[in-house]
Design a protein around this ligand. Structure first.
Ligand SMILES: O=c1[nH]c(=O)c2ncn([C@@H]3O[C@H](COP(=O)(O)OP(=O)(O)OP(=O)(O)O)[C@@H](O)[C@H]3O)c2[nH]1
Ligand SMILES: [Mg+2]
Length: 212
């Protein structure tokens, strides 16, 4: 079977991955296809968490796994929420609560001191034990209020100077042109293609044609 499992339950990430991987001749599964798989993200760094997710999923599914551990580092908060970005406002918190907490913590902080960056660590784990890790970053500023309805997570409060708007005001194509995830994926694609070529050999022609 020509497939890889994207080791995420985050539908926002998955939507972005599907577009980014559309030029690679492989079926994309996700943890939505394996609802029984639970992964405890107890690493201290993005790299550790990405490794934990990819290793567990390749082990349980026997299929090559691509994981993403990502988060927001805010300069005025000393790099927080960092690896705790998904659960910043508490274990059951959703995007709205997380954004509220972030804006509250930055109350009174002027525009020029609201610098932040998104970090993405991608980990690709193969059934033969090989592991590849790549990183991507996106610099920006935290706004004073949410703007836009697209994307997910903190997108409505993350202003990107090179786009002149928040990530939630950007189309999926615009976000994928600059995002931390897309930048990490750009580097990861060579490993993904190498894997597809070696395992699925007959897809070679299509891969050569894809121009990557
Ligand atoms: O506005 C955002 N735009 C992005 O592009 C983005 N990428 C990551 N994030 C936030 O960082 C957490 C990562 O946590 P995370 O890597 O553990 O993911 P997750 O728990 O949501 O899913 P999974 O992949 O672990 O299943 C996520 O929940 C989001 O809140 C983003 N927010
Ligand atoms: Mg997570």
């Amino acid at each position: 079977m020509r497939s890889i499992v994207v080791a995420t339950k985050n539908r926002g990430k998955l939507k972005e991955f599907k577009v980014m991987l559309s030029d690679i001749p492989v079926d994309i599964l996700s943890l939505c296809d394996f609802p029984d798989i639970e992964v405890e993200e107890n690493g201290k760094t993005f790299d550790e968490n990405a490794l934990i997710k990819a290793k567990k999923v390749v082990q349980l599914t026997g299929t090559a796994a691509l994981s993403d551990d990502s988060g927001l580092e805010v300069e005025a908060l000393g790099g927080r929420p960092g690896v705790h970005t998904a659960r910043f406002a508490g274990p059951g918190a959703g995007d709205r609560e997380n954004i509220e907490k972030l804006l509250k913590e930055l109350d009174g902080v002027p525009a020029e001191k609201r610098k932040a960056r998104f970090v993405c660590c991608l980990c690709f784990a193969l059934p033969d034990g090989r592991i590849f890790i790549e990183h991507g970053y996106l610099e920006g500023f935290i706004t004073f209020e949410p703007k836009g309805t697209m994307g997910f997570g903190y997108d409505p409060v993350f202003f990107v100077p090179e786009l002149g708007k928040t990530l939630a005001e950007a189309t999926l194509e615009e976000k994928n042109a600059v995002s931390h995830r897309a930048r990490a994926m750009q580097k990861m694609k060579k490993h993904l293609l190498q894997f597809v070529k070696s395992v699925f050999g007959s897809g070679g022609a299509a891969i050569e044609d894809s121009g990557i």
